[in-house]
Design a protein around this ligand. Structure first.
Ligand code: G3P
Length: 294
């Protein structure tokens, strides 16, 4: 059991209610959960259906997703359960919003995840005006985080932005630098956007998220199990972190940029190849569970 609870809220990054319960008994609590199309495709029941030759219709997939988040929802704390809309590169804000509104009604503690694209931000902007809690995902740059801030200004509830640390690391850049840079940039803001460190691959990412005072971190069950097996180490005052690649070579540092959070969100350059690749991966994983129409 974790007795010295960090200020950073801990969310399980997964799509299996049994895993969430296992982690809850290991830690003594789970603050929240994040899901996405890839994680839902990996859900053991969905995998079993596919293995038995039963691929799903889009409606069945949606119902499975709903069932999964409904069974997770009562077991998590105030950080809620993030549910991701199904979007490809051509999905419009209106289409995302329609899904988001429906998903938000599935459980009382939902956050709707929209991709950090122009259409995703349009959907997020309208959502917060309708009091739908949002988590803007697939964030890979400080500009994108600035746009999230500006697009959701005035939100009555916290908005989450999810920088994808591990995928930046995979790309040769030190993903934790992005978390640090966004936190620093938001110091000058009104505090309505919370940084949710995502795509966490090891407990050093987790400890550095604590040390950087990320409001939230979403963590795969196996990383939390590894952290528990080491008796929950916490960063001390001298803890420091520098990402390295597989051969131990330091990853490229991501420099801080001076950005004006008061500018209109559309003025930030939010294009990022990893956001597009991330969307394409979600689409592929989602489609792998679907019945092909002839
Ligand atoms: O939190 C986002 C996460 O699910 C993506 O993780 O390891 O696929 O980059 P990963």
């Amino acid at each position: 059991m974790l007795t010295n609870r960090p200020k950073t809220k801990i969310l399980v990054d997964g799509g299996d209610p049994a895993e969430t319960l296992r982690i809850k008994s290991l830690l003594g609590f789970v603050d929240g959960q994040t899901t996405n199309p890839s994680l839902i495709a990996k859900n053991p029941e969905i995998q079993q259906l596919i293995a038995s030759g039963h691929t799903l219709s889009a409606e069945e997939e949606k119902n499975e997703y709903k069932k999964i988040v409904q069974s997770i929802s009562p077991h998590v704390g105030e950080a809620g359960v993030s549910i991701e809309v199904f979007a490809d590169l051509n999905t419009t804000a209106e289409e995302m919003l329609a899904q988001g509104q429906e998903m938000f009604s599935w459980i009382p503690n939902a956050y709707v995840k929209y991709p950090c694209t122009y259409e995703g931000l349009r959907a997020a902007q309208t959502s917060v005006q309708k009091n739908i809690r949002v988590n803007v995902t697939l964030c890979f740059s400080q500009e994108q985080a600035a746009a999230v801030y500006a697009a959701t200004k005035g939100s009555k509830q916290p908005v989450y932005v999810s920088p994808f640390v591990g995928r930046l690391d995979d790309h040769g850049e030190d993903g934790m630098d992005l978390v640090r840079n966004i936190k620093k940039m938001y110091e000058r803001g009104d505090g309505h956007v919370y940084v949710l460190a995502a795509s966490i691959r090891g407990f050093n990412h987790l400890l550095w998220s604590f040390a950087l005072s990320a409001e939230l971190a979403t963590v795969p069950g196996k990383v939390l199990e590894e952290w528990a097996a080491k008796a929950f180490p916490m960063p001390d005052r001298n803890f420091s972190y520098r990402g390295v690649d597989a051969s131990g070579k330091p990853l490229k540092a991501i420099p801080y940029k001076e950005l004006d959070l008061n500018l209109p969100w559309q003025s930030f350059d939010i294009a990022h190849e990893l956001t597009n690749k991330g969307i394409q991966k979600f689409v592929a994983d989602y489609q792998s569970t679907l019945r092909r129409s002839a």
